[in-house]
Design a protein around this ligand. Structure first.
Ligand code: HSE
Length: 303
């Protein structure tokens, strides 16, 4: 095989209850990475479509870093030309660097005859995340590679858990076009938590997981609450509370910050409610003067 392309989707990391360990895949938006063997031992980024400001230097770009790490692990340096097609905005909080890293890992694995399982690729994709955002958190790369809802507490494959998905759930996401870097958005977080908040928050995580296994939408909705991170990060997102009220009025089961923001998300049952939520969020945002991008995706089972 001389060339391979792979697509990897955008993701909602944290999902309110799982800071750095939980993520949800958004199927129909994402990035594509195309690799072409170039008959040298050197990787080269040929083009980044829709991402002209992203680095092309191979030691700085998440895709080439992922590929180089895979080459080192295999001790085999088949040089590739890399074409990256960005399908959504970087800096959105929808896992842009992760989608590129995941697509690069998946494509390179296919090019060299699939020595790794998809779960094993999480380790390599996380190294792309590290170069792009400063930390190798895996709550975006794991659902981007595996689809569905993933609880991942480490890169060892035993620590990557594919959770069941309740049928007919939709994710509505709105990206307000303001700049929030993941590294800055991590720095503002306090690292001490009161015992009372800790008690409530681990209760929410446990009941969320059980709601998926028991197909219990009421418990799903009641447990998807973020007492830890949202109070600090929501201050950076104009009209965050107004958007929550507007989304909940028309049927959102939960509302929160996607990853480190600035995108927000709402989850609901059924496509009609999703479309109503999208309209309500747009309406709330229209007098801010901030441009938005918006998406609506069905949450699907793991791929
Ligand atoms: N879990 C990470 C964070 C996701 O919240 O900082 C970054 O997209």
């Amino acid at each position: 095989m001389k060339q391979v392309s792979a697509f990897a989707p955008a993701t909602i990391a944290n999902f309110n209850v799982g800071y750095d360990v939980l993520g949800v895949s958004l199927n129909n938006i994402g990035d594509e990475v195309k690799l072409i063997i170039n008959d040298t031992k050197v990787n080269k980024i040929i083009e980044i479509k829709n991402g002209e400001t992203l680095p092309k230097a191979i030691e700085k770009n998440c895709c080439s870093v992922v590929i180089y790490e895979m080459q080192k692990a295999q001790n085999s340096f088949v040089g590739v030309d890399i074409i990256i097609v960005k399908g959504f905005a970087s800096g959105s909080g929808l896992g842009s660097s992760s989608a590129s890293s995941a697509a690069a890992a998946y494509a390179y694995n296919a090019l060299i005859g699939k020595p790794y399982s998809t779960k094993e690729l999480v380790h390599f994709a996380a190294l792309g995340e590290k170069v792009a955002c400063g930390t190798a958190h895996i709550d975006n790369v794991s659902p981007s590679l595996l689809g569905g809802i993933i609880l991942a507490t480490g890169t060892n494959i035993d620590k990557i858990i594919e959770l069941p998905v309740i049928d007919n759930l939709y994710a509505v996401t709105l990206f307000p076009n303001i700049k929030i870097n993941t590294s800055d958005s991590r720095k503002i977080l306090k690292d001490n938590v009161s015992l009372d908040v800790y008690r409530q928050q681990i209760g929410f995580m446990g009941s969320f997981v059980s709601s998926l296994y028991e197909n219990n939408l009421k418990r799903f909705s009641e447990s998807l609450k973020d007492l830890l991170i949202e109070p600090m990060r929501s201050l950076l997102i104009p009209k965050f509370n107004e958007m929550r009220v507007a989304a909940e009025e028309v049927g959102a089961l939960t509302f929160g910050i996607s990853g480190s923001g600035p995108s927000v998300f709402a989850i609901c049952e059924g496509e009609q409610r999703a479309s109503n939520i999208l309209k309500a969020l747009e309406e709330t945002y229209k007098d801010t003067g901030i441009s938005i991008e918006k998406y609506c995706n069905k949450i699907s089972e793991n791929s």
